[in-house]
Design a protein around this ligand. Structure first.
Ligand code: NDP
Length: 251
């Protein structure tokens, strides 16, 4: 038996049509899993679906639509099958000084990056608890570990995920549901590359911060996600795993 394999497992990857989520979905399928990807844009999901092949499905769903989350998860469980792994990857970013950030903008970041993650996790965990098995991954950020200028709302949402994870571990472990967080460093998703190439001063600052000589790739997060979801990580829960080329220790 290959303890790193995900053969026979089913995963839901939010935001799985682009960037890091697509990297995670590809790595899961390579490891033998079936994957459902979600996002708001059908055309993006269709393109990703073509890339991922027959072990993927897609479902258009806005994770901020909180009233619909219980039915969304119930329908997936009944039509697709048991969700063994939930990857809360979908997220939005806001780059503004805190004194320029409106209450509405702050709330919107918290809604998508934290409250929707809570609702999706709660609904999936209900089914996982019945099966006494499950894996939940949060996608955090360096901005949830240390201060970075102009991301106060985003950094707050990502830091709060760590608190949520720690508390869920105390409740979920008895049902053999593991909850872990991957904290990506600077990863070459289309969103990141567009932002960084438009701000050369920031690009230089970030490049100097990373100990290794390059940005990360979505596949780097995907491979960490496969490990944390596999039997090889059966006794790992409640950790924040930086995948950042040494950025978080390179002061
Ligand atoms: P992308 O913008 O490519 O990915 C975000 C994904 O989330 C998109 O597929 C988007 O799809 C989806 N999404 C956003 N809002 C919603 C919503 N309301 N409902 C459903 N889906 C939604 O960026 P990345 O791949 O870079 O980011 C993925 C995750 O990684 C995020 O949580 C981000 O915070 C985190 N991260 C990224 C880093 C990086 O360097 N790239 C560094 C650290 C963390 P759609 O717009 O179609 O809904």
């Amino acid at each position: 038996m290959n303890i790193f394999s995900l053969k026979g497992k089913r995963a839901l990857v939010t935001g799985g049509g682009t960037g890091i989520g697509l990297g995670i979905s590809k790595a899961f399928i390579e490891a033998g899993a079936e994957v459902v990807i979600t996002g708001r844009r059908e055309e993006v999901l269709q393109d990703a679906f073509k890339e991922l092949g027959e072990n993927a499905r897609y479902s258009v769903f806005d994770i901020t639509n909180k009233k619909e989350i219980p039915a969304f998860i119930r329908d997936l469980e009944t039509q697709f099958g048991a969700i063994d792994i939930l990857v809360n990857n979908a997220g939005i970013h806001l780059k503004k000084f805190s004194n320029e950030t409106t209450d509405e903008e702050f709330e919107s970041i918290i809604q998508t990056n934290l409250l929707s993650v809570f609702s999706l996790t709660r609904e999936c965990a209900k089914y996982m608890a019945q099966r006494k098995s499950g894996v939940i991954l949060f996608i955090g950020s360096m901005a949830g570990i240390f201060g970075i200028d102009r991301v106060s709302a985003y950094g707050t949402s990502k830091a709060a995920l760590t608190g949520l994870m720690q508390n869920l571990v105390t409740e979920y472990s008895k049902d053999l549901i593991r909850v872990n967080t991957i904290a990506p460093g600077w990863i070459e998703s289309p969103m990141f590359l567009n932002a960084i190439n438009a701000d050369l001063a920031r690009k230089e600052k970030i490049t100097n911060r990373i100990a290794m000589p390059s940005y990360g790739k979505p596949a780097d997060i995907g491979h960490a996600a496969v490990f944390l979801s596999s039997e090889a990580a059966r006794y790992i829960t409640g950790v924040v795993l930086p995948v950042d080329g040494g950025a978080s220790v390179n002061f």
